[in-house]
Design a binder for this molecule. Structure first.
Ligand code: NAP
Length: 295
């Protein structure tokens, strides 16, 4: 079904780009965002506005969500004016937020009681990946639903991996986040070391980015650090939400998450300093505080 009516709920940094790519691929799309003004550009480009998540669902075969945290997904899917109150039996919900795997399974069970299927399909690739349609999408749920959603995933992402059962997409995303914060910490230490050593930081970055130490984090956020550009592709507050999910699951599984818990505490310092709205690459400011006392 490649001409399904699509709904998209949550037009933040990620959702804007993702919804726009669905629209660009010619898919009819109905949108809702808690702050309506964020939908203006998409509506001008051809999206239809609906007054609530339930109203989005009433007109859609497949409903995508990309909101902040677990309670927010619960609100838009099973809350008072949530998708569950408008969705038709046979429709499919695809949650692309990063939230708790257990809560994902519980929401999926509630939707299933109304004959509505669900996939968890969190993403990686940052605001750049959302805008360019190059996201990595990690999908949990039944294969038949993954196939139904695949043409739309292909409009938003490049690497689409069906990783397992409901909730497994979220678990793989947490694996991804353990890697992301480890990379952010390594990048921060390395760039502070280079700065203290009096190196030319542009040349240092150019020299190491293409070698074995290269990473998405270094290539995309390293230049932002050098430019003192702390605008978020991903805010510290949301990064911290993901790290908290990693630590909770790690604790339940009995897995030591050493670097991850260190980063959690470093981000806490930055949040206490009122920097939670800055990009996650501002982690380096916590190291600067530890080093020369200047954040
Ligand atoms: P964002 O720019 O802060 O956008 C958050 C979106 O969620 C906004 O549309 C916001 O609405 C909506 N929202 C939050 N709470 C809500 C509620 N209770 N009810 C209704 N809507 C609510 O965040 P983002 O960076 O796009 O992240 C969205 C999700 O993608 C998060 O789960 C994040 O972890 C994940 N993610 C982000 C990145 C990244 O690099 N940014 C990468 C991968 C995954 P308002 O506009 O009204 O505030």
């Amino acid at each position: 079904m490649t001409n399904a009516a699509l709904g998209f709920i949550g037009l933040g940094i990620m959702g804007q780009g993702m919804a726009r790519n669905l629209l660009k691929h010619g898919h009819p799309i109905t949108v809702w965002n808690r702050t309506p003004a964020k939908a203006d550009a998409l509506v001008a480009e051809g999206a239809r506005w609906a007054e609530s998540p339930a109203a989005v669902a009433a007109g859609s075969d497949i409903i995508f969500t990309c909101v902040s945290d677990t309670p927010d997904v619960e609100a838009v899917l099973v809350g008072e004016h949530g998708v569950i109150h408008g969705a038709r039996p046979g429709s499919l919900v695809v949650d692309m937020s990063t939230i708790s795997p257990a809560a994902t399974r519980a929401i999926g069970a509630k939707l299933a009681e109304r004959g509505v299927a669900m996939l968890d399909a969190p993403v990686s690739g940052g605001s750049e990946g959302a805008a360019r349609g190059t996201l990595s999408i990690m999908v949990g749920g039944a294969a038949e639903h993954v196939e139904r959603a695949r043409p739309y995933f292909e409009a938003m992402g490049k690497t689409i991996t069906h990783v397992g059962s409901p909730g497994d997409g979220q678990m793989v995303k947490l694996v991804n986040q353990i890697l992301v914060v480890g990379n952010a910490l390594a990048m921060s230490e390395a760039l502070e070391f280079a700065r203290a050593g009096g190196l030319d930081l542009q040349k240092t970055l150019a020299a190491v980015s293409g070698g074995a130490a290269g990473s998405w984090m270094l290539s995309n956020r390293g230049p932002q650090i050098l430019a003192d550009d702390w605008r978020p592709g991903f805010t510290i507050d949301l990064q911290q939400k993901d790290v908290r999910l990693c630590l909770r699951e790690g604790d339940a599984l009995g897995v030591p998450l050493l670097a991850t818990s260190l980063v959690f505490n470093l981000y806490r310092v930055l949040q206490a300093d009122g920097l939670g709205h800055e990009g996650n690459h501002a982690l380096i400011k916590a190291l600067r505080k530890l080093g020369d006392g200047k954040g």
